[in-house]
Design a protein around this ligand. Sequence first.
Ligand code: 3PY
Length: 268
Amino acid sequence: AAHPLLNAFKANKPAFGVWLTSPGFFHARTVAQASPKTSWVLVDCEHGLTSLNPVLGETIAAIHGARAEAPSALVRIASTGVSSSTSWQIKHALDAGARGVLVPMVSTAEKAAEVVADSRFPPGGRRGFGSSYTHGNWGPEVSVAEYLATANDTIVVMVQIETKEGLANVEAIAQVDGIDVLFIGPYDLSIALGYSAPAPDPHPDVEKIIQHIREVVQKAGRKCAIFCTDGKQAAKRAAEGFDMINVTSDVGALSSAIFQHLAVAAEA
Ligand code: 3PY
């Protein structure tokens, strides 16, 4: 089954993606097939409107079914790194067929290690197997045996660095075995450090911290990801060396496209 995010990582190329905040089969498919340059689509169950069940599985299946090289379907769970409910939410996201999982606000190496354990089958982790539909959400050709043989090596485990404590512990978090990606949330990080939200660029003080995080993460051999809101900002992040970059969101792109169409129409 296609996994363009992992392919981009292996090729050391920036992996561009799109945030999906609205639920729905056709909505997900439209976003997933809009551009062959989309390496991943993230279903946001933290601040988006897709709840973990039952629409999550359908949404993921729509992304995987979009085209032959469908973007990797990722899920951000609702529960943050301070909560005890991350474990079952990771389970549901992966059972729904996610190719990777993102946990918001992970602030300690201990919590990051728990995220890894919940995302991997034994012996490396403690994930249980029991789903009769997970493998099918990766594609109709994927068997249970193939799923079990490849899940541990290909599921992308991601934690967000976006709290004061997470920033203080970023070196330790980056050392945790099995963490693939440390994902900077510039909005929450700015707010946590006492700055206003990026508009759209972060405050210069926060920007310095963002570059520091990227350097620490990449030095530890992990991939560093960041959230952007438009293509220009994303191109700049790629030039800086970020490995994984959110380019836009479904609702952000929709409203700016409508705005531009109307501006052209009304000016004519
Ligand atoms: C942040 O910037 O805080 C994020 O988590 C991305 O939405």
